[in-house]
Design a protein around this ligand. Structure first.
Ligand code: SAH
Ligand code: SF4
Length: 403
């Protein structure tokens, strides 16, 4: 018997790139290095992107066997090792828990919306940009997990390929992609921009920029960088509170970039790109839904070219909080509308299920010890009470959110 050849050091320290992360130029250069005609690059791109492509080397059928084998040796055809699907909303929502090659768990959620009136059927995919998240918003299951690592470009794109492949079996296509899954996209901005470029590129996924939304918790340098680049996608900003004292608690990176700076950067983005900003507000009963908070938000955004989405908080483990009651959300919406701010209440699952990203992975991570959970709840009760009194947080900026 012959022994398996040893794994080379190069392979150990530098994993092979995921094929979907290669740019057309990189693919063309690789094909040329194999001394193959340039049209082979087009064939490979079809194998990657057509109907979500395939993970199976044999599916690159039009390629010569030697090239197919060289390809499988040079790249990973799929960066997702395993996917578990859970259906919700009578099959209209498909939550996917993906295991990556190193065991990291991430989530994507596919939401189907039937045609109604003049609007066509839609299939929206909510994807992750990081495994875990450093920002640590206390109402978010991903925030509780903490930061794992940034996703590679191919790991972001392979969530899309998986969903596209599932849809293609029924001759359906993705119509919208939202970066509202796990992670803070603007803290992994190079990879997110490269992924958006691939999604946009007619030679690759071919989805129009208007159908892509990236949500940020307020990374000001990232927003400014996007403004300089010009319109790439719709920007959504997770606002949650207009007062610093409260936002320090709900979005801990507010201690680094306060809300006025976030809104200034968002306003500048809207002005420079001509695209309306979407603000997201997760409504938490008795915490950020008070009249004082509605008035503060109305003052902050008065007459802005903005749109506010009010979303009842999804129940998550380990917080003392619940969603605001609907009449309270309606009163909050009225205050904003009276200030000339377009406001929508999201009653349906759409955003809510997207927002619930992180819950499946959190369940897998296991229940933390009871005393830790009790301390966390107690800390949040104290912090939100202090915020209601207008006291700023003395907690540090979370590690890993950048300079
Ligand atoms: N990190 C980015 C994008 C991912 S989170 C951001 O925070 O914007 C996507 C959206 O889900 C955010 O608006 C977030 O505040 C919201 N969200 C997280 N947990 C939620 C929950 N339990 N209920 C409702 N919305 C939630
Ligand atoms: Fe991170 Fe967004 Fe969750 Fe906050 S809401 S912890 S920024 S994923």
């Amino acid at each position: 018997m012959t022994a398996e050849p040893p794994t080379t050091i190069a392979e150990t320290v530098a994993p092979k790139p995921g094929i979907s992360g290669l740019t057309p130029d990189e693919l063309a250069a690789w094909v040329e290095a194999q001394r193959q005609p340039s049209y082979r690059a087009r064939q490979i791109a079809d194998g990657i992107w057509k109907d979500g492509g395939s993970t199976d080397a044999a599916a690159f059928r039009t390629l010569p066997v030697a090239l197919r084998e060289a390809l499988a040796g040079a790249v990973r055809l799929d960066t997702v090792a395993d996917t578990e699907i859970t259906l919700a909303d009578r099959g209209m929502t498909e939550k996917a828990l993906h295991r990556l090659d190193d065991g990291a768990l991430i989530e994507s959620v596919l939401m189907h919306y039937p045609a109604h009136g003049s609007s066509r059927e839609r299939h929206t995919l909510c994807i992750s940009s990081q495994a875990g998240c450093a920002v640590g918003c206390p109402f978010c299951a991903t925030g509780e997990l903490g930061f794992g690592r940034d996703l590679e470009v191919a790991e972001i794109l392979d969530q899309v390929r998986h969903a596209a492949r599932r849809l293609a079996t029924d001759s359906r296509r993705l119509t919208n992609i939202v970066f509202m899954g796990m992670g803070e996209p603007l803290l992994n901005l190079d990879a997110v921009l490269a992924a958006v470029e691939a999604l946009n590129d007619p030679r690759r996924f071919g989805l129009g920029a208007r159908h892509i939304t990236v949500s940020t918790s307020g990374v000001v340098p990232g927003i400014r960088r996007l403004t300089a680049l010009g319109p790439q996608f719709t920007l959504a900003v997770s606002l949650h509170a207009a007062r610093d004292a409260l936002r320090d608690v709900l979005v801990p990176l507010n201690r680094r970039w306060p809300v006025a700076d976030v809104v200034d950067a968002a306003r500048e983005h809207a002005r420079a790109t001509g695209r309306r900003i979407s603000y997201e507000v997760t409504m938490i009963g008795g915490v950020n839904d008070t009249e004082l908070d509605a008035a503060a938000m109305a003052d902050l955004l008065r007459d802005d070219h903005a749109h506010v989405n009010l979303i009842p908080m999804n129940p998550v483990a380990h917080t003392p909080w619940q969603a605001s009651p609907m009449p309270v959300i309606e009163a909050f919406a009225t205050t904003l509308r009276d200030a000339g701010i377009a406001t929508t209440i999201r009653r349906n699952r759409g955003q809510e299920v997207g927002a619930a990203c992180g819950q499946l992975a959190a369940d897998r991570a296991g229940e933390p010890p009871a005393p830790a959970v009790a301390r966390r709840r107690e800390r949040l009760v104290v912090a939100s009470a202090a915020a209601l009194r207008g006291e700023r947080s003395r907690e540090p900026v979370p590690g890993g959110v950048g300079e």
